[in-house]
Design a protein around this ligand. Sequence first.
Ligand SMILES: [Zn+2]
Length: 191
Amino acid sequence: MSFQDPVMVALSIADKLLKVIVEKRSVPSGEDVKKALTELDLEEVYSGKGLTLFRNRDIIVLALPRGNLVIDVIPSTGEIGEALEIISYHDRKLNALILEILPANDLEYEGNIGLEPAILDLNSGELKSSPVFGRLEEENGIPYLVIDEKTFDRWMKSGKLNVCPICGGQLIWKGKQAHCVDCGYGIKVRE
Ligand SMILES: [Zn+2]
């Protein structure tokens, strides 16, 4: 695996945590977060006093699970302009669980990374939005966001298939793969 950037790591974390939210119908716990980050080959370097710190060669992840969940994904170079925040909380008005990725520097991005926040309606147990989260894979030096069929179907219904979930740029599809003309990332749909 070559350099990992915050956006791909954040999308991979969000993908895992969304599965937890749908299954447990609650904001992910500290243990859920630790499991997800460990599965993504991040190493726990500190845990205590209400926070957990993980890292790999390229990325530092700071998790603050305190009812609401805040996870900061920071490049180890300290380029704070590329840092992202994943947040999850219970919205009482909507009676829904929210999971979204926000840029620390919102001038550089159009809208949310992942296109839409995940909104899980607690009355019906249904997702009320079309987030595009997935996991990071690399092929021939090109990084891909790999998404499952369910995610793809929701995305198609949202009518935003031509919008890149990483940078908001334009996607060109060829079968079940797409490439972004703006950021150069690829998307793959896996059955
Ligand atoms: Zn893009």
